[in-house]
Structures are given as structure tokens and as C-alpha cells.
Design a protein around this ligand. Structure first.
Ligand code: HEM
Ligand code: HEM
Length: 175
């Protein structure tokens, strides 16, 4: 057995995949409902967002090192290209959503702290107009991530239920 992605998705890529999915669900809820949640929710949203960004970087580095498993028989080249493009877009959004959040905070003259332990560098100088724009971008990119992730999940379920191949199980349990 190897941890790399040779015959199937190895344990490292699988752990990153499902940990990030779980954190994104919590993170989206914290963002959308922060007005109704206790004070301090936004600080948690920001710290968790920085954590997700760090995990996305680590995941991408691992993915570039460990590769991806061989394609399954019966999946056409066109389908593989669409899936690969979808994965690329998901990675771009995994970076773009937290980075726009970080920029939005700095434009609004708020420092970005990680669980009160340290402060992230300031990316941009305060600017009220840019703060407004970035707030819109952060929300739009979040919804783009939701849409692409739902299509991606539906494709995985389609492979599992109708094509009856191991696309989903090899990401769930590695076989
Ligand atoms: C992948 C990570 C992230 C996701 C999925 C996410 C998602 C969201 C969502 C859904 C909202 C609510 C938007 C709305 O009500 O229109 C929100 C708001 C917000 N996010 Fe994030 N976010 C992430 C990372 C971050 C990071 C890293 C920061 C800052 C460093 C941040 C700062 C904020 C702030 C300040 C708001 C409140 C905007 C307002 O005043 O309404 N987010 N986020
Ligand atoms: C926000 C949520 C999600 C994101 C950001 C995401 C992202 C990704 C990415 C980037 C890959 C490419 C492999 C890698 O580099 O790790 C991937 C693969 C995969 N994902 Fe997701 N995913 C999400 C949710 C889901 C859900 C809910 C399911 C199942 C219902 C799912 C099933 C799969 C499967 C089966 C693969 C392997 C595809 C293949 O072998 O070509 N994902 N995911």
C-alpha cells in the first residue's frame, strides 16, 4: 500500500478531500448566518477560513506530488476532460473564496487573526469602496463554489448509481 494516488485515491488525498468538504459546510453556515449567531462567530469564520486556505495549499502540493489514480475503464476521454476541468475550477475557488475574504477584511481595516494566536500579513490598505466590492465578490465566489461542488457531487453519485463504477468508492474508502 502506498499513500500516493497510484491505483486509487490514497489516504492523504481522501482525508484532505472530506475534511475540507466538512469544514466548508460549517464555514458556509457561519458566513451566511453570522448575524443570528453569537458575537465572535465572525472571528471563528475568519480563523476557519484561514485554516481552509492552508489545507487547500497543502492538499494541492500533495496532489501535485502524489498524482492521481489511473482513469477507470469505461469513462470516456471527454468525460475525463470535463471532470479534470471541474476539479481545476474547484481548486481555483478553494483559493479565491478565502483570499477575497481576507482582502475584504483588510480593505475594511480589520486585521486577520488566526484563533487569536497570530496575525496574517495585510494584503491591501484600507479602502471603503473596495471593501464593498470585495464583499460582493466573496459572496458570489462562494455561491459559484456551491454550484460547481453540487454538479461535481451529482456526477460522482451518477457514476456510483447508474454507471456502477468505483469513482465514488475510491474517493470514500479507497477501493
Ligand atoms: C473557504 C473559506 C470561506 C467560505 C466558504 C466563506 C463563506 C462566506 C459566506 C457564505 C459569507 C456570507 C456572505 C453573505 O451573507 O452575503 C461570508 C461572509 C464573510 N466572510 Fe467568508 N468565507 C470563507 C473565508 C473567509 C476568510 C478567510 C475571511 C477573512 C479572512 C472571511 C471573511 C468574511 C467576512 C468578514 C464576512 C462578512 C461579510 C459581511 O459583513 O456580511 N471569509 N463568508
Ligand atoms: C465543496 C465540496 C467539494 C470540493 C471543493 C471537492 C473538490 C474535489 C477535487 C479538487 C477533486 C480532485 C481530486 C483532488 O485533487 O483531490 C475531487 C475529487 C472527487 N470528489 Fe470532490 N469535492 C467536493 C465535494 C464532493 C462531494 C460532496 C462528493 C460526493 C458526493 C465528491 C466526490 C468526489 C469524487 C468521487 C472524486 C474523485 C473523482 C475522480 O476520481 O476523478 N466531492 N473533489
Amino acid at each position: 500500500m502506498t499513500l500516493k494516488n497510484t491505483e486509487t485515491w490514497g489516504g492523504v488525498s481522501r482525508s484532505f478531500h472530506w475534511l475540507i468538504v466538512a469544514l466548508l459546510i460549517v464555514q458556509g453556515a457561519l458566513g451566511l448566518f453570522h448575524d443570528d449567531l453569537p458575537r465572535g462567530t465572525m472571528a471563528l469564520h475568519i480563523s476557519l477560513g484561514v485554516t481552509i486556505l492552508a489545507l487547500a495549499i497543502a492538499r494541492l502540493v500533495w496532489r501535485l506530488y502524489a498524482g492521481r489514480p489511473a482513469p477507470l475503464a469505461g469513462v470516456s476521454v471527454a468525460q475525463r476532460r470535463i471532470a479534470a476541468f471541474g476539479h481545476f475550477v474547484l481548486y481555483v475557488l478553494l483559493f479565491a473564496v478565502p483570499i477575497t475574504g481576507w482582502m475584504m477584511s483588510n480593505y475594511g481595516d480589520h486585521a486577520v487573526r488566526w484563533f487569536g494566536l497570530f496575525e496574517m500579513p495585510r494584503l491591501v490598505a484600507p479602502d471603503d469602496a473596495a471593501h464593498e466590492i470585495m464583499e460582493g465578490r466573496h459572496t458570489q465566489l462562494f455561491w459559484a463554489l456551491v454550484i460547481v461542488a453540487v454538479l461535481h457531487a451529482l456526477a460522482a453519485v451518477h457514476h456510483h448509481m447508474f454507471r456502477r463504477n468505483t469513482t465514488l468508492t475510491r474517493m470514500l474508502r479507497g477501493s
